[in-house]
Design a protein around this ligand. Sequence first.
Ligand SMILES: Cc1ncc(COP(=O)(O)O)c(C=O)c1O
Length: 354
Amino acid sequence: MGFSRNHLIRPTIQHMQGYVPGEQPQDKRYIKLNSNENPYPASPRVLEALQRAIGEDLRLYPDPVANRLRDKAAEVYSLKREQILVGNGSDDLLTMLMRTCVDPGDHVAYPVPTYSLYDELVTMQGGQIIHVPYPDDFSLPPALAEVEAKLTLLCHPNAPSGTMPSLKQVEELARRVRGILVIDEAYIDFADETALPLIHSYPHIVILRTFSKSFSLAGMRVGLAFGHPEFIKELLKVKDSYNVNRLSIIAATAALEDYHWMQQNVAKIKATRLRLTKALHEFGYVVYDSHTNFVLARKAGINQKPMYLGLKDQGVLVRYFSLPNLTDCLRITVGSDDEVDTLLKSMRTLSRLA
Ligand SMILES: Cc1ncc(COP(=O)(O)O)c(C=O)c1O
């Protein structure tokens, strides 16, 4: 049997942030600071809306284009329905973007290290990956604009560094890039400045958002793409028919109706982020300036695998990357204050043992 290029692709499950082979959090009571989930629950209005929706209507297919959610998002983000597409998480939207833009051999460029799923999706599509390395300070590499790729991806703010360039630099990139520029704003609610206004001047920009992080709805799988109506029409052509289920549409709509709840949770997470950053400095880590709900902490030249394994042993999962230039780093999700206290206590114990 010829499985053609599938041997090049690692199972996408391995790219899920926080996947621990053979040891999932349900096996043991872990404090999960490895997947950038929100430690606080979604708005009570989301839960009420879901409870109301669980009934006979579940026998019916959902609206294939989720217009109710598109209209609410249009109101919240000052856009038109036609500029918005709803996905089964933003991963689904990334898949649609690849299907639309990438033919075998086409170049897809992005600065690295970044969100690891990009590599798998480009490979699945037969595209050619162009990695443009970030410099040590994670500033935007100017070479990104010179690659002339069919599709350029910018994770904004970036994962796993948590850093982001200024809006001026992103606009400069948009001005110079050929092809489509995807700006993945999965974590943007934890930052101060979005690139969203750029879509009005640059029709080749697509912005991606998710309900998995700031809105505390990772389990519901909902993402949004914002872009030019003509491009959104192209993405619609490759969308699975009923890609977002009835309950997810209802949950995300209710979450947008209680936007203030999300903002309150974000404010709490930002305060904890500052506290965690200061504590990590005291442990001797350099912490990159985070605009997200996680921090990347580096101890130059000291492999962090023992710390990662020690924490795991104590029931705290953080993220370790066995990638060049990242082995001396840990990526830690900003959990609740209690979770962060437990993490710091375990780190203190482990540092004493080291
Ligand atoms: C940068 C980035 N983009 C997209 C996603 C996927 O988000 P979703 O849960 O909406 O598929 C993630 C998830 O961790 C992410 O880190």
